[in-house]
Write a protein that binds this ligand. Structure first.
Ligand SMILES: [Zn+2]
Length: 320
């Protein structure tokens, strides 16, 4: 049996992670490197000249030019957090390596923190993944399908916007290379399967010229408004789930279902759907290099804008 090189790649062991990021000083160095790869720049006046007060995670950088003081975490997702940096980085590591996702409860146990702390940490790291993944558009040949969170997928086309308030419609799009292998993934909740929603989504998520393969659901034709080429496949009244044109998008949707079942309990889909989906896509899009996934996520968290706890908790997002 051929070994799947992606599934069997070694990744970064816990032992290696702890040897590189096990102390506060190591974590502080990693965050400084992620935030200022070219060396410190004052966030107020962009001057490089500075001196350092304190040490470790409590380090303050004082600008020589304007006297502004800033910390390693000020202006980042970790701002005002009472958690040691080593716990933040361990949480990032655990999320990055968990193939089928990681529940907040599992994180609570692994980090030795309270459940509310683990929950908040989990959500904040998901925010960083969402912000980063949203910046990247996919292109080439793309398999597109409609799906729902919080319920079974529709058995026939044209059942958009069905019932339950906790049921969230979303689109799944997988780009496929010339050899037919899946490359990149986009998952995005929509207000419903309307032409307007698909046109907006395609503009934000697909590069112009993308060749889109979908079933005959009428709204998918709106990808043309984003400069894409559309190839609808109509097979009677059924969704052509078994056809090769849709093999990878269906495989990904199956894996997503497994991950959500294992990692997230009592899901409030309508409230947090985009973050669950984006975190899954983030990891999928970086699966070719699980070692770089760790350091990349540390950098994405270190460079993500701060978000207050009350915003995380109340975030119903205007898009719903
Ligand atoms: Zn300054």
């Amino acid at each position: 049996m051929a070994i799947n090189r992606i599934q069997f790649q070694p990744g970064m062991s816990l032992a290696e992670f702890l040897s590189r990021f096990g102390t506060e000083a190591q974590c502080a160095d990693a965050i400084r490197q992620a935030r200022w790869p070219e060396g410190f720049r004052c966030p107020r006046c962009a001057s490089a000249e500075h001196y350092v007060v304190g040490h470790g995670s409590r380090k303050l950088f004082q600008c020589n030019a304007c006297r502004h003081q800033t910390s390693l975490t000020a202006g980042s997702l970790m701002e005002h957090s009472k958690l040691p940096l080593s716990k933040w980085l361990l949480a990032i590591y655990l999320i990055s390596q968990a193939k089928t996702g990681l529940s907040a409860l599992a994180m609570k146990r692994q980090l030795g923190v309270s459940y509310p702390t683990a929950w908040l940490l989990h959500h904040k790291i998901n925010r960083a993944m969402t912000a980063q993944d949203r910046q990247e558009r996919i292109g080439g040949a793309v398999q597109l399908d409609d799906a729902y969170l919080g319920g079974e997928r529709p058995s026939s086309q044209g059942q958009a916007g069905r019932g339950s308030p906790n049921k969230v419609p979303f689109v799944a799009a997988v780009s496929v290379n010339a050899r037919g292998c899946p490359m990149h993934l986009k998952l995005e909740p929509l207000s419903g399967f309307s032409a307007k929603a698909i046109a907006q989504w395609a503009t934000a998520s697909l590069r112009p010229g993308t060749v889109v393969f979908s079933d005959g659901l009428a709204c998918f034709a709106a990808v043309k408004e984003a400069g894409c080429i559309h190839h609808p496949k109509v097979v009677g009244d059924l969704k052509p789930r078994e056809l090769p044109e849709f093999k990878w998008v269906n495989t990904v949707l199956g894996n997503l279902k497994t991950t959500l079942a294992g990692a997230y309990h009592a899901l409030k889909y309508a409230k947090y759907a985009q973050f669950y989906l984006a975190a899954f896509a983030y990891r999928f899009n970086r699966r070719f290099d699980l070692r770089a996934l760790v350091t990349g996520l540390i950098a994405d968290v270190a460079n993500c804008q701060p978000i207050r706890e009350c915003v995380v908790r109340s975030h119903a997002e205007a898009r719903f």
